[in-house]
Ligand binder design. Sequence first.
Ligand code: MN
Length: 349
Amino acid sequence: MTVIRCIHTEDICRLDALIRGCRTVTVAAHTHPDGDALGSTAALVCYLRNLRGKDAAAVLPDTPSSTVRPIIPEGVPFLFFDAQPDACRRRIAGSDLVFLLDCNGFSRTEGLQESLGASPAPKVLIDHHLHPDAGRFDLVFSTPEISSASELLYYVLVALPDICGDARRLPPESARALLTGMTTDTNNFANSVYPSTFRMASDLLEAGVDRDDVLSTLYNQYRENRVRAMGYLQHENLRITPEGLAYMIVTRAVRERFGLEDGETEGLVNVPLSIGRVKMSILLKEEQDHFRVSIRSKKGWSAQQLAASRFHGGGHENASGGKLFWPADIPAPEDAPAFLEHISRECLS
Ligand SMILES: [Mn+2]
């Protein structure tokens, strides 16, 4: 069986004891949930409900976009803070075990932060981002040397005595959600793939997960507008600096023109990296008083450092995110291109 270095037998025993001793479980993840956040939370909730008989529910800071929402299996309880703040607060207050997945600390759970921090329940972190806020948790499974939170959760679940290394014992909904989460975070086996990632995938296919159906759910259900907007942004909006920084800015006007929904630009930031001379790619999305920033970099250039030093953010070495505020960081949204050109000269030459 694959051994993931951050998974220790004594921690698995403690986790098993925590699960045995609890009744009501909250499984939380980061804001703007992506496929990995949804896949991993859905997988854990299904495991806890179907195999351990617990009253488990996922509680997320905000409603997922329509592109990733189909990842949630039917009938699995999910609560979203932006839609039902009181239900989320009650759920967290009434839980005697709390998990945080795909997220290195409570600070990335926005509206949930206060309730999660105030909960006296034991807390378990299962995550693959850098710099885990380990001091706030009773039990931590964390490593950046893995594809996704879904993969790490897979190896935690199969180490538990009731699964005992046999993926076929996982509830089918959990198995499918784990493969789905890993597929989205690796961009369908394109980045952050480790030997353990392929092993997990083979195990899950052997356990009966229908990968064609997973891929169809993820990549063949887009709206026509999204495809047209992607074409427009790459043709009309993409700029590449002499130093090799590619950037695109999804303004409110672009969003309105194509009727773009939150989440529909997911993956677009990766596209410019296919150009030989591009070292880093940045996508800005205009919000109320800031841009949401996604950064991807090629090997040798750190998206993580740029996100931390210029965009109040972080993440992974080659895939990070953050925010760019006005008037604090730039005078007005129109000044974003000049700001990016400046960063390019400073950081990439
Ligand atoms: Mn992830």
